[in-house]
Design a binder for this molecule. Structure first.
Ligand code: IMP
Ligand code: MG
Length: 195
């Protein structure tokens, strides 16, 4: 099988994942184009300031890496690890902080970078938590958003794509810790969840 991701018969990027992919919802190229636009917008909005990007692990590591290289400003990075899903595909509403930030947020311009906002519960919890640390500003950049299933209203300043209410993998998003390195966003075949 050809493994360069450009042939008609192989679009899966990872040969071993090919049989699991149901449909590609957003191509890698479209994701990169949108991230470039978001980076340019952020650069305009924060000009003259030093931004602190806070990524929510694990999913956001991919978008953080790509987005940050389109932000032409002095930048600092920090990461938080939270867990809300485990190996399930529905949120429990219970957010656990597995790793907290290293950098003090007080007086900082903070941009929280999320991979995907589903119910919004994770983001709501994180924003409430981070606000108590008294940043000068706190905004959110979410690459993907499932608008129809949002249970709580969260204020997202920079949004990439709106999605239908389906479970997706790729571009940082996993099912059972797999598929994060796919450059596109895809759905999985039902039997993958069953197995
Ligand atoms: P929420 O609390 O329901 O908004 O869920 C947020 C978190 O759940 C995200 O940061 C992801 O880690 C995970 N998540 C939500 N939807 C998906 C999905 O479709 N695929 C993979 N992970 C998801
Ligand atoms: Mg996540």
């Amino acid at each position: 099988m050809a493994g360069d991701g450009r042939t008609a018969t192989f679009s899966g990027h990872v040969a071993e994942y090919e049989q699991d992919i149901d449909r590609i919802l957003i191509t890698g190229g479209d994701i990169q184009d949108r991230i470039r636009e978001l980076g340019e917008q952020i650069t305009e909005d924060y000009r003259g300031r030093e931004l602190l990007l806070v990524g929510v692990l694990k999913g956001a590591f991919v978008v953080m890496a790509d987005l940050s290289r389109h932000i032409r400003l002095p930048l600092q990075f920090d990461f938080m690890a939270v867990s809300s899903y485990g190996a399930a595909t529905k949120t429990s509403g219970v957010v656990r902080i597995l790793k907290d930030l290293d950098i003090d947020l007080e007086g900082r311009d903070v941009l929280l970078v999320e991979d995907i906002v589903d119910s919004g519960l994770t983001l709501q919890y994180l924003l409430k938590n981070l606000r108590t640390r008294r940043p000068a500003t706190l905004e959110v950049c979410a690459l993907f958003e499932k608008t129809e299933v949002q249970e709580v209203d969260v204020d997202i300043r920079y949004r990439g794509f709106q999605l239908p209410p389906v479970f997706v993998v790729g571009y940082g998003l996993d099912f059972d810790e797999r598929y994060r390195n796919l450059p596109y966003l895809a759905t999985l075949k039902p039997e993958v969840y069953a197995g």
